[in-house]
Every structure is written in C-alpha cells, then in structure tokens.
Design a binder for this molecule. Structure first.
Ligand code: FAD
Length: 298
C-alpha cells in the first residue's frame, strides 16, 4: 500500500522505524545470517503491534546495509505491514540506484524515502564522489516511476544550512520535483513543529508532513545526538535527562511518558500521523502502542 493513501485516511495512526543489520565480511556469512534472523524476529514482534507502516533505514551509499534494507523491507511486507524503504544517494551511481530500484520493485516495495545521506567520515561536499549531490537529484531520477516518494525535512533546519529560509527553499525544490510526503527530523518541543508547518504552508509546500518523534531511553546519548542533528533539548526535557539519565529503567519510563505526551498533543492538534523512532526495540514500541491504545486507529 502507498504511504500517500495511508496519510489521506482518517487516522490517527502510528508508524515505526527499524534498521537492518550491517553487512559484514562475506567470509563471515554465518554471522551475517544470524544477525539477519535476529533482526527479522525483532521486526516480526514490532509488526504484530499493527503500525500503519514500518520504515527501514539505509546505510550511507556504498556503505554497509544497502542490500539488507531491501531484505528487511520485504520481511516487513511479509508480516502484513506496508514498508517504506529508505534510499541514500551520496557517493552512489545512477547504475547502483537503478539496481536498488529493481530489487525494491521485485520485493513488492511501493514506498521510498529519498535521501542524500551523510558524507562519509573525513569527507565533505567538496570531496564528494558519485552521480548525486542532493536528495533532489535522486528525486529527479526516481519521479518518473510509480513509487510513492517521501523526503526528509528539518524543523530546526538542517545543520549544514545556515538559514532556515534557504533550507525551506531547497526543500521546496525537492518537493516540487515529485515528493508525495515529508517526514521530520525528531523534535522535543511541539511548538517547533507547528511553527515549521505553518512556514512550509506559507511557502507553498502542501504535501503531508509526518511528525517524527524519538522516545529517549538513553540519557547519555541524547545530548550528543542533539548536537549533531541540531535538535534543541527544551529545559523541561533536559531536567528529565538530568534527573533520570543515569538510571536506564527510570529513563525508559520518563522517555516514553514524554514521547506519549508529545504524540497525544500532536493528535489533539489535528496531526493525523506520527512516525516514532523506536528503532529495533519491540518493548519500547509496545509501551508506546499501549499508551495510545484507545487513540490510534488500527
Ligand atoms: P538534502 O535534501 O539533499 O539536504 C541536505 C543539505 O543540502 C541541506 O542543508 C539542504 O538545505 C542543502 N541543499 C539541498 N539542496 C540544495 C541546493 N540545491 N543548493 C544548496 N544546498 C542544498 N541517513 C541515512 O544514512 N540513512 C537513512 O536511512 C536516513 N534516514 C533518515 C530519515 C529521516 C526522516 C531524516 C530526517 C533523516 C534521515 N537520514 C538518514 C539522515 C540524512 O541522510 C541526513 O540528514 C543528510 O545529512 C541529509 O539528507 P537529506 O536527504 O535531507 O538531504
């Protein structure tokens, strides 16, 4: 099923994100098979919660998880849940992207999140290689196809772009090239999302903008992740991390409670769909779904 159809249905609905196992040395085939089987078992548990779709991340192009994205997305579909396969283009070639599309099509995947990807460590825009520069270039290659296409957006601007107005201008070009929907980077203050959405609308970006919510379960990691992604930690959330960050069980409860409150507020304010970055954690996905039991349409 196409995500664009899901997003136009009544809601409210929840989707989850997972990541495939890394590809290891071909000599370590048995280990790779083991990791794949373990990941599939975890994803079956998450799929049993009946999210509206599951998205599957893609490693940096030429990186370590590419082909596994297709296999995991195929597994998601086998569990009876629509799949969204991520695809990054930086460092890739048109031929490699054509091969990926062929595999996605053969696996029955109908939805692709078109991404540039991060530059490999030690490189930057001036040192890039490959046929693609921005996610926009990937959208241009993919749009003639019938895939439902999504893209990423950044309510607190992408860290490489100095001014949010420029970032929104770049986003508009990407959407106009043929995106059907957008998914946001995580945010911890809903007013950031509401303000951003209103700016996108006034700039003529009218596609659905799925809100991305990250339930924080690791107090130690979150400050570093926020610094890298340019996401602000509001004082109310910082106090939670300061108080419970050293106690994993307490941090898990507090992180789920905070994320649940954000999601309920988004639904209450007319947002129809929320994407939750629970990654490969069935317990966390279960806690979120249980909290929203009578709210989420399944
Ligand atoms: P782009 O849309 O190309 O934007 C990147 C930067 O380039 C921005 O600063 C933008 O303003 C600027 N820009 C765009 N067009 C122009 C132009 N014409 N001229 C000048 N500047 C321009 N990474 C992975 O490796 N795998 C994943 O599976 C993955 N999933 C993600 C899912 C979501 C929902 C999000 C929000 C991010 C995800 N990422 C993933 C991270 C993403 O790859 C990085 O944030 C990356 O740095 C930017 O990717 P993009 O597709 O947003 O790039």
């Amino acid at each position: 099923m196409k995500i664009s159809e899901l997003l136009s249905s009544k809601g409210p609905s929840i989707s989850f994100e997972v990541f495939p196992p890394k590809r290891s040395d071909p000599a370590l085939f048995a280990e790779e098979e083991h990791a794949m089987a373990k990941t599939k078992a975890v994803i079956s548990e998450i799929a049993a919660l009946k999210p509206s779709f599951i998205s599957v991340t893609y490693g940096a192009a030429g990186g370590t998880t590419g082909a596994n994205t297709c296999e995991i997305a195929r597994h998601v579909l086998g569990c009876g849940v629509p799949a969204l396969a991520h695809l990054t283009c930086i460092g890739s070639s048109r031929d490699k992207i054509a091969d990926e599309l062929k595999s996605f099509r053969e696996a029955g995947i109908e939805n692709i999140l078109c991404l540039r990807g991060d530059y490999p460590p030690g490189t930057d825009a001036s040192m890039r290689a490959g046929d693609f520069r921005h996610a926009l270039d990937l959208v241009k290659v993919l749009r003639p196809s019938t895939f439902c296409l999504g893209g990423a957006c950044y309510p607190e601007r992408h860290p490489e772009c100095e001014h949010i107005a420029d970032d929104i201008e770049h986003l508009k070009a990407k959407v106009d090239a043929g995106l059907d929907f957008l998914t946001t980077q995580m945010f911890f203050d809903n007013s950031v999302y509401y303000n951003y959405l209103s700016r996108l609308r006034s700039n003529g970006i009218m596609v659905p903008v799925v809100a991305g919510i990250m339930p924080v379960t690791n107090g130690k990691q979150i400050s570093r992740i926020c610094k890298l992604s340019g996401t602000t930690l509001p004082p109310r959330f910082r106090a939670i991390v300061d108080r419970f960050g050293e106690d994993p069980a307490a941090m898990m409860s507090a992180g789920v409670a905070y994320a649940t409150e954000q999601i309920v507020d988004l639904f209450a304010n007319g947002v129809n769909h929320v994407h939750v970055y629970t990654m490969n954690k069935p317990d966390l996905s279960r806690m979120i779904m249980r909290n929203l039991e009578s709210i989420v349409a399944r």
